[in-house]
Design a protein around this ligand. Structure first.
Ligand code: ZN
Length: 422
């Protein structure tokens, strides 16, 4: 069993390394779905028994029995994006005979962790295609083309007393070469082997090139970028590929971009996109709308803070969470999480069925609590939801830490939640 869990963690590492941007995460997920006989379709198009629709950095996938009228949904939710640095539209900067890129901070990145890293570039560009049609292309430059050197300690004597202070405008521009080097658009065109004039716009970001790996003396740990929340996307995809849906119920996984910036975007969890697609599944499968939403619930997957052994005082003392301790049920009386007594109880029962331990997280009462897509998605659909996830350390660092047994335990619990009693 232990080795099986490590194998799943290694597959997660491969999944993360293939997914430096939300767009690449979607491409990787689509590839896995295609291999599991899912059929890509369009919004408003056919709804095959195993199908999916993907748009930008978001995807909705489902599995249903075409021979019975649809009367309910079991939903898995997660987010595809992670905090990072994004390249500005006119990024060329030359300072002190050095060529740099202008970048913006996406979401709540721990920006100190981006210093002194080998950084590649990923995302998508929009180019002028044949007959003047616009074309979108994925970009993945897996070479250390950019880096943000830290200021030497000799030039920052206050660092030990005042701490490291970074200004997001002036201290984060990566160096990409000498002043007389080409401008960014020309570099990009050369990498892609196209004419620079064809490149119109981009959604590009930086990523760390160090491969994800297991670590610790016994391989108990995972060290990787974007564990929040590609770990959950990986679990949701693998669970959906293996599920046999409950009679008359569609098993659906919705993975959204833009959680880290509030989810209020066209294909974010706060939009009507999921609702439209679920309505469409009902129309095509003889379902009754009111009854189906009444009998729907969401397992919202996003990581939880493990108790940091160097900062134990930042955690609620009666709710310590540890790596490899099993899925974490996240609760908050002020509804920052969607869990309630009834929905948490159903997930606990699923953990028992899967023979997996679970943990219960609450924030310290004197610290502001984070949130996730659970409250947003379940509010938009007016359905039951529970917020759960694997535990991790260093959330929003460029390189995060999780337990290597936790992804497989979350997978088993989520599968039991989908197939077990309500
Ligand atoms: Zn997250």
């Amino acid at each position: 069993m232990h080795d099986t869990r490590h194998d799943f963690a290694r597959d997660l590492c491969a999944f993360i390394d293939a997914s430096p941007s939300p767009f690449h995460a979607i491409a990787e997920i689509c590839g896995r779905l295609d291999q599991s006989s899912f059929i890509e379709t369009t919004p408003g198009g056919a709804t095959p028994p195993r199908g999916y629709v993907a748009r930008d950095g978001s995807i909705i996938m489902w599995c249903l029995d075409p021979d019975t009228a649809l009367s309910g949904f079991d939903l898995l939710g997660a987010h595809t994006d992670s905090p990072n640095l994004r390249i500005k539209p006119q990024p060329d900067v030359v300072c002190a005979e050095t060529r740099q890129l202008g970048v913006d901070t996406y979401g709540g990145a721990l920006i100190n962790s981006w210093l002194d890293r080998d950084l590649g570039i990923s995302g998508r560009i929009c180019v002028r295609g044949e007959d003047d049609l616009l074309e979108t292309r994925l970009v993945k430059i897996d070479r250390p083309v950019a880096r943000i050197p830290q200021l030497a300690i000799h030039l920052d004597r206050e660092i030990d007393t005042a701490g490291l202070r970074l200004n997001r405008q002036s201290h984060l521009s990566p160096i990409v070469g000498a002043a007389d080097g080409s401008e960014f658009r020309a570099r990009l065109a050369a990498e892609l082997d196209i004419d620079a004039d064809l490149i119109l716009t981009w959604d590009l970001m930086l990523h760390d090139l160090m491969p994800s790996s297991l670590g610790g003396f016994d391989d108990d740990l995972i060290a990787a970028p974007r564990i929040d929340n590609l770990l959950s996307c990986h679990v949701a995809t693998e669970v959906l590929c293996a599920v046999t849906p409950r009679p008359a119920t569609a098993a659906v996984a919705a993975l959204f971009d833009h959680e880290e910036v509030g989810s209020q975007t066209t294909y974010g969890a706060g939009s009507s996109w999921l609702r439209r697609q679920l309505d469409h599944l009902l129309e095509n499968n003889g379902g009754v709308r009111a009854a189906a939403y009444d009998d729907a619930s969401m397992l919202s997957l996003d990581n939880a803070h493990a108790t940091h052994p160097n900062y134990v005082d930042r955690h609620e003392p009666a709710h310590h969470i540890h790596l490899n301790g099993g899925p974490v049920i996240k609760e908050n009386v002020n509804a920052r999480y969607a869990s309630n007594a009834r929905t948490s109880a159903r997930f606990m029962r699923a953990c028992e069925t899967a023979n997996v331990p679970f943990q219960r997280f609450v924030n310290r009462s004197d610290l502001a609590c984070g949130s996730t897509i659970g409250p947003i998605g379940s509010t938009a659909l007016a359905i039951d939801a529970v917020d759960v996830g694997a535990s991790q350390l260093a959330m929003h660092s460029i390189r995060e830490t999780a337990g290597s047994a936790d992804p497989a335990m979350l997978r088993d619990a989520a599968a039991a939640w989908l197939s077990g009693p309500r």
